[in-house]
Design a protein around this ligand. Structure first.
Ligand SMILES: [Zn+2]
Length: 310
């Protein structure tokens, strides 16, 4: 669902990124950046963030990269369930109470039409936030914060000309981070009606336009959820967190995606506690490739002198 561009037309992408110098992902600090000339984008292989768009193709020999492969992402989503939210609708329909019998009917109809359109998209946005938040099992405070942020974006006319699905997904991604319950871009796109790249674009757009600063997610924040998804208990969770803390003291986490670090630490902790999970199992839950898990796990176990016996 796309809100038609209004006459106020605020919120256009103003800046073009200086991608030439970009060597690390501004989001997670990873150095694994993929130049996708097919789509004229640079994106992070660790967290999926689109870092630059409209990049220039240096020549046909570089074009071998298969963009299709990388962007295949199931656009799934549960059927629409409209939950009526009247909270906040009043802010949309804040027309002056017309003095009795004085108002112009035509004008009133026009306003009603606009209000209805805005109202419909607002209801749709809130229902999207609810639907995705519940699929992601997010606590109530995060849902509330997401609705608030959506309202803020709406007041600044940032929604016009953009897809509500993309904006609401990005908003959930932001609020999860702000509330210390980060979800990966992959997880958000898994419940969204739009793909990872669109969410990633909307995310960067909102951060810029609303001047929001989000600090990079800590690997530790991902550990409890990933562990419970893997059926691993509190002892392994604690062990994984300890590994991450030691790794960050030795600065082994610099330039590494937090999700990959969390995945590797959990992988190691599970083995140490005699509950082996395969790299495939850890990969399925975390969305981190097996190759990355293997690399991080080798780095961590070697650098921290952890003997991992398979
Ligand atoms: Zn990244």
């Amino acid at each position: 669902m796309v809100v038609p561009e209004g006459d106020k037309g605020g919120g256009k992408d103003k800046k073009r990124d200086k991608h030439e110098e970009v060597k690390t992902c501004p989001e997670c600090g990873s150095k694994c950046l993929v130049h996708d000339y097919g789509r004229a984008e640079i994106f992070c292989a660790d967290c999926g963030l689109v870092i630059a768009e409209n990049i220039v193709d240096p020549g046909p020999e570089w074009r071998a990269f298969d963009s299709e492969q990388m962007s295949k992402r199931a656009r799934t989503g549960a059927p629409l369930t409209y939950r009526i939210h009247d909270k906040g609708l009043s802010t949309l329909t804040s027309w002056d109470s017309p003095a009795q019998g004085q108002y112009n009917l035509k004008k009133w109809e026009q306003r009603t039409h606009i209000a209805n359109t805005a109202e419909r998209s607002f209801v749709f946005a809130l229902s999207e936030i609810e639907r995705m938040a519940s699929a992601l099992k997010l606590p109530m405070n995060v849902r509330e914060a997401a609705s608030m942020l959506y309202r803020r974006a709406m007041k600044k006319h940032l929604i016009r000309g953009r897809s509500i699905e993309g904006i609401t997904s990005a908003i959930l991604y932001i609020t999860c981070r702000q509330y210390g319950v980060p979800r990966t871009l992959e997880e958000v796109s898994g419940v969204s009606r739009v793909g990872q790249k669109e969410i990633s674009r909307a995310y960067r757009f909102l951060l810029r336009e609303l001047d929001i600063k989000v600090s990079p997610a800590s690997p530790v924040d991902f550990v409890p959820r990933f562990c419970s998804m893997l059926g691993l208990g509190g002892d392994i969770e604690a062990k994984a967190i300890e590994i991450i803390k030691r790794a960050s003291e030795k600065e082994l986490t610099n330039g590494r995606g937090p999700i990959g670090i969390a995945a590797a630490a959990i992988y190691i902790a599970a083995i140490l506690n005699g509950e082996h999970r395969t790299q495939k199992e850890v990969s399925d839950v975390t969305g981190v490739t097996e190759v990355t898990i293997r690399n991080r796990y080798k780095e961590l176990s070697e650098q921290l002198d952890i003997e991992v016996l398979l």
